[in-house]
Design a binder for this molecule. Structure first.
Ligand code: ATP
Ligand code: MG
Length: 417
């Protein structure tokens, strides 16, 4: 992508919602635009990050054998009455049609997926099954002030699984827990796995996935080393004690909830009478699990966990582009060499953001730091004269020279590590 063709530019202006680091950096870098509190447009570079994250999550869910679907956000009141959640969920957005009929805007999809699956499941032979979507959710949050961390309209991957036995549900739950840790790891984010209570409706098992940063709203007791964590409200351990898993030291820290999984038992299958016929021909309730990852919150959590005073620092796996190519000057030599490198890099399969604007080197470098692409390559009349490219990684202070003929090989190596 050429910067000159991008309508959403980076800006020095500090946005109104600058209490949170993720909002300030994402808006300044031109990754998102705030429409109103808790509601954002994803601009091309921000959308690229969101898509990269959602693709990683999709791959991990597919590897569990789950089917991807796409469910409606517009949902009839009757479904929410069936589960007693029309009045019970305070963040539910409610709409009235001109026909007088009431609808909810989906804040979660148990009310859609349970009757949906009921249409397809008759016998034990139809189970187990798992299905997921990556979709927009709506929640009437009272305080939406932490950038993309707490939206009123936001993105979530939600998966639902259906089983004949507790044993089967528990085994799938554990596989999903591992897949979640793997998904965050692939996104370059370390998380703690925190056992949580299942909420007011169920005593069943639940785990939260917490990213440790000061921007977090939750206070945790977590292990310095392994992924063990506990919510401080229910903690059975104290900071300073030994970790029950690996014996390292436990610390008190703040976390952002980037995912949550639940063993739902028969809560929703009772409400919708979702049954199956077992091997003896008897009707039996289906057992369910649900599993959420806040994909747009993840973008914000990664910014909170990975930035410096100059801007964002994207992990390679989810960066909008691997290479930020800076051309200095408008001399024919520089333009020809930079254009050629841009094409060569793309032909070699790398994603490149090419700053081809006619602005100062200082402004270009400041934008490159703010936007946080992993590798900055600079081409100028001088580098062309020396047959080199200047190579600077976002995580390093030093720049070095790499011979122009060796640069594709060097990037191939860099991308791999
Ligand atoms: P929180 O306690 O932060 O309000 P929650 O427990 O209500 O979140 P869940 O219903 O568990 O959220 O939703 C699954 C995931 O969706 C959460 O773990 C989080 O990553 C994400 N999420 C929830 N609410 C929001 C929101 N308002 N904006 C962005 N992401 C959200
Ligand atoms: Mg939760």
């Amino acid at each position: 992508m050429r910067y000159s063709s991008l309508f959403s530019k980076a800006t020095k202006t500090v946005p109104g919602d600058s209490e949170s680091i993720n909002a300030r950096l994402l808006v300044q870098a031109g990754f998102v635009d705030q429409e109103m509190a808790g509601v954002y447009t994803w601009l091309p570079l921000g959308l690229a990050v969101l898509r990269n994250i959602e693709q990683i999550v999709r791959e991990e869910m597919n590897a569990l054998g789950a089917n991807e679907i796409f469910m409606p956000s517009l949902q009839p009141k009757e479904y929410w009455d069936t589960t007693n959640r029309w009045e019970g969920v305070d963040v539910l957005f409610k709409l009235k049609s001109q026909t007088g009929k009431d609808y909810a805007l989906g804040c979660t999809h148990e009310e859609v997926v349970t009757p949906l699956v009921k249409k397809f499941v008759q016998s034990y032979k139809d189970l187990p099954l798992a299905t997921y979507q990556i979709n927009t959710k709506f929640r009437d949050e009272l305080r939406a002030k932490s950038g993309v961390l707490r939206g009123r309209e936001f993105r979530m991957k939600d998966m639902y699984s259906f089983h004949t036995t507790q044993e089967d549900l528990s085994a799938f739950y554990q596989r999903t827990l591992k897949a979640y840790v793997q998904a965050y790891h692939r996104c370059g984010l370390q998380v703690k796995v925190v056992q949580a209570s299942g909420g007011v409706f169920t005593q069943n098992l639940s785990h939260e996935f917490q990213a440790l940063t000061d921007a977090g709203e939750d206070v945790l007791i977590a292990c310095e080393k392994c992924d063990f964590g506990e919510n401080s409200e229910i903690a059975t351990h104290k900071a300073g004690e030994a970790c029950p898993v690996c014996s390292s030291v436990l610390i008190s820290t703040k976390g952002i909830e980037v995912g949550n999984i639940f063993d739902l038992g028969t809560k929703y299958s009772d409400a919708f009478e979702l049954d199956f016929t077992n091997e003896e021909g008897k009707r039996q309730r289906v057992l369910m699990g649900c599993y959420g990852i806040g994909t747009s919150r993840l973008v914000g959590a990664i910014v909170e966990a990975s930035h410096d005073e100059k801007g964002m620092i994207w992990p390679k796996s989810i960066a909008p582009a691997l290479v930020h190519l800076v051309r200095i000057g408008v001399d024919d030599e520089a333009v020809t060499a930079a254009d050629a490198l841009y094409n060569d890099l793309r032909h070699a399969g790398f994603t490149v953001f090419y700053d081809d604007r006619d602005v100062s080197a200082g402004a270009k470098f400041a934008d490159a730091d703010l936007m946080g692409m992993p590798l900055r390559l600079t081409v100028s009349k001088r580098t062309v004269g020396e047959s080199v490219v200047e190579w600077k990684e976002r995580t390093s202070e030093e720049a070095k020279k790499v011979s122009i003929v060796e640069v594709i090989g060097a990037i191939t190596e860099y991308a791999r590590t």
